[in-house]
Design a binder for this molecule. Sequence first.
Ligand code: PMP
Length: 370
Amino acid sequence: MPTFNPRAALRRALPALPEYAALEDTNELAARFGIKPEEIVKVDGNENPYGPSPKALEVLARVAYPVHQYGDADQKALRGALSAHLGVHADAIVCGAGSDELIEMLFRLFVEEGDRIVTASPTFGMYAFNAQVAAAEIVDVPLLADWQFDTEGLVDAALQSKITFIPRPNNPTGNEIPDSVIDRLIETGTLLVIDEAYIEFSQTPSLAQRAAETPGLIVLRTFSKWGGLAGLRIGYGVMHPETAMILMQTKDPYNVNAAAEAAALASLEDVETLDERACTLAGERDRLIEELGALGWVFPYPSDAVFILMRLEGITGRDLRDRLRQRGIFTRYMDSPRLQDHLRISIGLPEQNDRIMEAFRAIGQEIGRA
Ligand code: PMP
């Protein structure tokens, strides 16, 4: 009897299956290192250590009733609330299951097999991941020394490509592409996607309003970081209304789940609390940068985001990650050639950050750098 062979049936253009280095499971890690769940300091995922806003938590406790019905495919309530929040027309907004889904929608609509997309590494991995699934070519224009953007390299690459994806602030480096480079990229007449996942932790104004009136610019935003809703999967894009209409027409109709919608709406009624928390986290970030920098063997880069990338001397990123794990502190090591001696940590609650500093001091002693 013939049997279906899923690998043989794959699209011919699909090269080796891509893999995204997702976060390791926290419970599994805790069990492996013998750490009690309440003792874990989870600073590997750029999540919000405060969790959801009080109003979002309240509404989540009551959300059970409407979940037997499909939600509103037009996302009227959420797009309306976001319109007021951002000062852009609701027609310019499309919501999705995390900004990850918006990235996927853009690939589905605009990127064919063999098309090129531009990234500036090191950067967020989902652009390259989606490019691989789409059998597109990734033109990477690596960041220069001190993670500066290679303006001419990016413009040249964009001219031969469909879409350029840049987070601002960038993950994992924490710095921001300058406005002048953004202007140059928009002038290429190709599509620029500025991913503002961490914008609420930065002093830089959002480009959302500009995106609503600029066909060549899309801004991605998320409730995962500022809103503390990463596990609910809710994000959105702001774009020219014509592009938004295309996305609305072609998305999965009920792509935003009821709990995520309710929590996002409640978060938008709790902006002050969420902004205050973001402000505290930005202050903690600056404190950690200073205290880590004073250790002598850790060289944190400036950051506008809710995480810090640091270069290390006398220890590899992997070794430091492992030693921190043994102390219940879960961080993110990125196994790429330029980041072997680097580690990324997101910002915890103030008392968690104290524990992080204690652990760094103890490890400094262990490696003879105290
Ligand atoms: N963009 C960037 C730059 C990110 O770092 C992340 C999450 N790590 C995302 C997008 C994904 O966000 P979401 O949870 O909204 O899919």
